[in-house]
Design a protein around this ligand. Structure first.
Ligand SMILES: C[S@@+](CC[C@H](N)C(=O)[O-])C[C@H]1O[C@@H](n2cnc3c(N)ncnc32)[C@H](O)[C@@H]1O
Length: 320
């Protein structure tokens, strides 16, 4: 396994680390295709352009544009700044496997900042008790605001993780992957002072449950987003996976052809590429119909898809 130098940057220290790069990943090289299915396309808040009273707020670029990259020689597709009280939590997951390789390739530069750098007083305080009383501590707004003021630039997109945020999705991942600079804010404790919501472009939730902090949501978002960057992984992989086209993925098989008496579908071993394509589309529709019919609601269908769905429905509801 080759050893490669990886730059891991934090705001409190800047060091070069040597990591082992796995040679087993599929290589990229081609641009990832963006399929036409855009239902549920995320929308950033209406905070574009004029600052509405929040000095320093950046203009957020329209979907699909990389304004700070266009026409420059800079090869980094996406820069991400993460604000956290626990930088170590991000280190391992972003250094190994595919995220590590994407960073080694220079497609993404990820800087993890210790929010205490902007903490208050000699103790670098970042939290305080809640007004009105109650359990826990609340993160003060000044350190987060100061960090945003320092890191934000034209074209930045600021994200606050919060259970009350918009639900993160593959559509959101595509949106964020098309941007040039993300700043991810990872609160802890009872969350951050509510006035910080007005300083960010979007609040994102990764699901209806409560984690101890925004670091795991940040990792989920970073992992999902950077694999979509052009050249990160085989474009066919991201074009033909669950949610890419508004459907769940078709079943996948590998050797052996028979496993504990269960055989691989004959179509997949028959060598007829047209038949394989049609089988996969039919099975993707079947799986989506069975497990996530909500994904089909309102999704435009091709003539072939309509016919296949009709077949599948008549299989499950004979006589309908
Ligand atoms: C313990 S939680 C605070 C929960 C908050 N008091 C509430 O009831 O909504 C601390 C932080 O973890 C992050 N967090 C927890 N669950 C999350 C989720 N499902 N999605 C995104 N961020 C989450 C948020 O940044 C949150 O402010």
């Amino acid at each position: 396994m080759p050893s490669v130098a990886v730059r891991w940057v934090t705001s409190t220290c800047r060091r070069d680390e040597t990591l082992s790069a796995s040679s087993t990943h599929r290589t990229g090289g081609s641009s990832s295709t963006r399929r036409g299915w855009t239902s549920g396309r995320p929308r950033l808040r209406g905070r574009l352009g004029s600052d509405g009273g929040h000095a320093g707020r950046a203009t957020v670029p329209a979907l699909g544009h990389r304004p700070s990259r266009a026409g420059t020689a800079d090869p980094v597709a996406l820069e991400i700044d993460v604000l956290t009280l626990f930088p170590d939590m991000l280190d391992g997951p972003l250094s190994g496997s595919i995220p590590g390789r994407i960073r080694e390739q220079g497609l993404a530069e990820i800087r993890v900042h210790d929010l205490r750098r902007w903490g208050l007083g000699k103790h670098r305080s970042v939290d305080d008790t809640p007004y009105g009383g109650g359990a826990g501590m609340v993160m003060r707004p000044e350190p987060v605001a100061a960090a945003l003021d320092e890191l934000r630039r034209p074209g930045s997109t600021t994200v606050l993780f919060d259970p009350a945020g918009e639900r993160f999705s593959q559509a959101w991942a595509h949106d964020l992957a098309a941007r040039s600079h993300l700043i991810l804010v990872c609160p802890r404790y009872e969350g951050v002072d509510d006035r910080i919501r007005a300083l960010v472009d979007v609040e994102l939730s990764i699901g209806d449950y409560v984690l101890t902090g925004g670091e795991l949501p940040a990792l989920v978002v970073i992992d999902t987003v950077i694999r979509l960057l052009p050249g990160a992984i085989d474009a066919a992989s991201t074009a033909e996976e669950s949610f890419a086209d508004g459907l769940l993925e078709y079943p996948q098989y590998t050797r052996p052809a028979t496993f504990r008496g269960s055989k691989v579908p004959a179509t997949l071993t028959g060598g007829d590429h047209g038949a394989v394509r049609r089988w996969r589309l039919r099975e993707a529709l079947r799986r989506t119909l069975e497990r996530r019919p909500d994904l089909l609601a309102g999704r435009p269908l091709t003539g072939e898809e309509s016919a296949l769905l009709e077949e599948l429905r008549s299989e499950t509801e004979p006589g309908s």
